[in-house]
Design a protein around this ligand. Structure first.
Ligand SMILES: CC(C)(COP(=O)(O)OP(=O)(O)OC[C@H]1O[C@@H](n2cnc3c(N)ncnc32)[C@H](O)[C@@H]1OP(=O)(O)O)[C@@H](O)C(=O)NCCC(=O)NCCS
Length: 147
């Protein structure tokens, strides 16, 4: 759903045609998972993200969805937005992108195979040791809210 589409339904008059934000979500009962939430940089902090969220929540409630589960990385503005919209962080884990020799520290290919690229999910527990060994890494967080 984009605000532009919303407007097109709401009015047949000559309103702006630029898409300034979008939100799409997949329903995985009993929750829905937003796949994309984005507002054009020129229009951020003007309530558009909140309107998109409110509209999505209304539609999802009608479909019997009980909660939202959103996944995002370390981007501080996004974290601030989720927190301010009533989401709570319920889980976090690591996204690791080992490169070159780093690959052998986290993956062990079977004989005869050679890994050239890897994307690894790892728990954030002290036992994994992965965190200190891979340069490119992100914390991925699950944000949850009831509908
Ligand atoms: C996150 C995003 C969707 C928020 O949409 P938005 O339309 O800019 O946000 P809103 O105007 O609805 O913000 C409502 C409230 O959220 C909080 N908020 C929004 N952006 C924030 C930021 N950059 N830092 C901290 N808090 C923020 C504030 O409390 C804000 O209220 P205020 O402006 O009165 O202080 C938008 O900034 C965006 O597209 N970011 C890039 C893509 C992205 O990170 N998507 C989400 C993760 S996948």
């Amino acid at each position: 759903m984009s605000l532009n589409q919303e407007r097109a339904h709401d009015s047949a008059n000559s309103l702006p045609t630029q898409v300034v934000g979008l939100l799409d979500a997949t329903i995985e009962q009993p929750a829905a998972v937003p796949q994309t939430i984005a507002v054009h940089p020129d229009f951020q902090r003007s309530g558009i993200g909140t309107r998109l969220l409110d509209r999505a929540i209304s539609q999802l409630r009608q479909r019997g969805v009980a909660s939202l589960e959103a996944w995002t990385r370390d981007d501080q503005p996004a974290l601030g937005w989720y927190a301010s919209r009533g989401f709570i962080e319920t889980y976090r884990y690591l996204h690791l992108y080992p490169a070159g020799d780093e690959i052998n520290r986290v993956a062990h290919p079977t004989q005869g195979h050679h890994l050239v690229k890897a994307f690894v999910h790892a728990e954030l527990t002290a036992g994994t040791g992965a965190r200190g060994q891979i340069a490119r890494q992100y914390v991925c967080r699950r944000f949850w809210r009831a509908l």
